[in-house]
Design a protein around this ligand. Structure first.
Ligand SMILES: [Zn+2]
Length: 63
């Protein structure tokens, strides 16, 4: 077994499991998880188990 965080997530970009998760709450109360890949430095948001592009969340915050 690799010594990787047991997040159950794999990177949406490179497929590795070295993904860190940071739980956050948007101003409107929506819970999202910020995900960042150690391997390729991809970043995305996870909302209700669905990957959301960073730009998509920014739109939500601005709304
Ligand atoms: Zn990656």
């Amino acid at each position: 077994m690799e010594n990787a965080p047991d997040t159950g997530l794999v990177c949406v970009s490179c497929g590795q499991s070295s993904v860190i998760q940071i739980e956050m709450e948007l101003p409107d109360g929506t819970e999202v998880v910020f995900c960042s890949c150690h391997v390729c430095e991809a970043r995305w948001w996870d909302k209700d188990g669905e990957a959301v592009a960073v730009d998509g969340i920014i739109d939500l915050v601005r709304d």
